[in-house]
Write a protein that binds this ligand. Structure first.
Ligand code: 9MR
Ligand code: ZN
Length: 557
């Protein structure tokens, strides 16, 4: 097939070999289970008993399955094989009814590899610098997108906006999406520093914990996206999505799109957050971030009105439009207060809270939950009523999610309505809520729920597939990711989290290939063409890294 025509393929004429059905039929977390944790395989067919065998076929555990009922989102009648009593470290399979699960391990380090790979994924998405063989292995490539960009609205103005990370399967770079990913990574670093301090990503930089060197690439790019007045350009992309070529071969003209108030608020927030984190390592960089944050916050003061974003005519790259900037402004003031302790920012964040927006959202649009974290974690004078309110928000959401999860055959807080574009982000941000509720509010029962969501991502789902490239015996390998297609290498760049099942089948491939009436949790195909099922993005990786950092830190039941 010719590179570049990936989404136009006529799949219905020739069904692709890559629309794969799991060869296993018994679903487990293919990374595995911590020795003392709950361990459950999901079996979607009739069977009374099961065994767990080691790799030479010896039975190491046997038990009875428990019928868990009809599960709506998967359409499965689900049975559970609970082998929590098996605590001995090793490699195993679950067997029942003549079928065998994928291989998995029981051990203390089961998530170390996938934690490393999902963290390293950001390096593979770096823009502007090229990836050398020493650090990128076979997935090395040349420098990309280094030419000066033009302002979309005034083509006489050129800017250097090189750097940062490609957003996703496309080569665009978008400020609000980047701020979301960086916020997850930096809060993960703040809450679970030990997990990162020992993590080796094999990236070019030295001197900082690797994750901070990686995040710095994106921060340096954010700084270039700020204009002289403190306003922040919404995105830097070509006019149209690139064909499926390597990044260095995408030589179309780069444009910088108009300022939005969401991008400006998010930049203020994320630079303030980062200024605090990097102050322990690099005072000069931390000061630059503080100055940038102040400048954007001043812009927000001068521009109280919402300045949204929609693609201008002639541009088809990502929009990341929002309906308002309420949560973004709250996040900015909250981070500024946390960083500086200045009363005026407290006043601002309190007045931002007079408007209604979700206070636990950890997305790329709604960012209220990140603003809440900034406030909860800051060591400044705090309003106890507000702290209480935030605590209640997290605790009651966690309770609600637990109830949902207990109703689901796969043990996760996902209902049919949660399977939309990028459902794995919902899966992972729910796990983040559990992680936060455990570590900040001491509800340790949340840990098992967080675990179940990672189990689902890594194979304990209705298709039995690991949604992370390079991780698990039966895993996705053909994401909608330009370099992964164009490099001609069979094994995909590792550590990329696929968007996952999307019942709306929002692209031509999905609409034509997934049969109508397929249950939401099964609306997925591992095919490059399907951008609404199988793209990857930085903000699907970042919550995954957060949750894995948490689990690697709190390796206890
Ligand atoms: O992740 C975004 C998803 O929530 C939206 O439904 C979708 C359609 O607007 O866009 C997704 O974001 C894409 C972005 O616009 C461009 N880069 C790739 C992103 C992931 O598909
Ligand atoms: Zn690039």
């Amino acid at each position: 097939m010719k590179a570049g025509d990936i989404t136009d393929r006529k799949y219905f004429d020739a069904p692709p070999a890559v629309l794969r059905i799991t060869p296993f039929g018994i679903f487990v977390d293919q990374a595995g289970y911590y020795p003392r944790d709950t361990k459950k395989a999901v079996i979607p067919f009739e069977c009374e008993s099961f065994t767990v065998t080691d790799m030479i076929g010896n039975v190491r555990y046997s038990g009875k399955t428990v019928y868990a009922g009809a599960d709506e989102a998967s359409g499965d009648n689900v049975r559970i094989a609970d082998f929590s009593e098996l605590t001995e470290k090793g490699s195993y399979c679950v067997r029942a009814g003549g079928r065998t699960s994928a291989m998995f391990r029981i051990g203390d380090d089961i998530y170390d590899d996938v934690f490393m790979k999902t963290s390293k994924a950001f390096y593979y998405l770096r823009c502007g610098c090229g990836l050398d063989e020493r650090h990128a292995g076979v997935w090395h490539h040349g420098k990309c997108h280094t030419a000066p960009a033009k302002l979309w609205e005034d083509r006489n103005v050129t800017l250097d906006v090189s750097g940062g990370w490609h957003d996703a399967g496309d080569y665009g770079r978008y400020v609000t999406a980047g701020a979301c990913a960086v916020s997850h990574l930096l809060y993960a670093f703040r809450l679970f520093p030990e997990a990162f301090e020992k993590q080796k990503l094999n990236i070019p930089e030295e001197g900082l914990p690797d994750i901070l060197s990686e995040v710095r690439c994106e921060l340096e790019w954010f700084l270039k996206m700020q204009n002289g007045e403190g306003g922040v350009y919404h995105k830097a992309t070509t006019a149209l999505h690139a064909p499926f070529v390597m990044p260095e071969d995408d030589t179309a003209e780069m444009f910088v799109f108009p300022v939005s108030s969401m991008a400006t608020a998010d930049l203020a927030a994320v630079c303030a957050l980062a200024s605090g984190v990097y102050s322990a390592y690099d005072k000069t960089f931390s000061d630059r971030l503080l100055k940038a944050a102040e400048k954007s916050v001043e812009w927000l003061e001068r521009n109280p009105q919402f300045i949204g974003f929609t693609n201008p005519e002639g541009c088809n790259t990502g929009g990341y439009g929002e309906r308002d900037d309420l949560s973004n402004r709250f996040w900015a003031y909250s981070e500024m207060y946390a960083l500086t302790g200045e009363r005026k920012y407290h006043d601002r964040l309190v007045s931002a809270l007079e408007k209604d927006f979700p206070l636990t959202a950890l997305g790329y649009g709604e960012v209220g939950g990140v603003g809440a974290l900034a406030y909860i974690l800051c060591e400044r004078e705090k309003d106890t009523a507000l702290l209480d309110r935030l605590k209640k928000e997290f605790l009651s959401l966690a309770e609600e999610l637990k109830k949902k999860a207990d109703k689901c055959g796969y043990g996760i807080a996902m209902e049919s309505s949660d399977y939309y574009w990028g459902s794995n982000m919902g899966l992972m941000t729910k796990a983040m809520i559990f992680a936060v509720t455990d570590v900040l509010y001491g509800d340790h029962s949340c840990r098992e729920y967080a675990c179940r969501h990672i189990h689902c991502l890594l194979g304990a789902n209705a298709l039995g597939i690991s949604y992370v490239t390079g991780a698990g015996e039966f895993r996705c390998n053909y994401p909608h990711l330009r370099p992964a297609f164009a490099d001609g290498i069979e094994e995909c760049i590792p550590g990329m989290v696929a968007g996952g099942p999307n019942k709306y089948l929002s692209d031509p491939f999905a609409a034509n290939v997934i049969p109508k009436g397929t249950p939401p949790m099964k609306c997925y195909a591992d095919d490059t063409a399907s951008y609404s099922l199988n793209e990857i993005t930085i903000y699907w990786n970042s919550p995954t890294v957060f949750v894995l950092a948490y689990l690697c830190t709190y390796n206890r039941p």
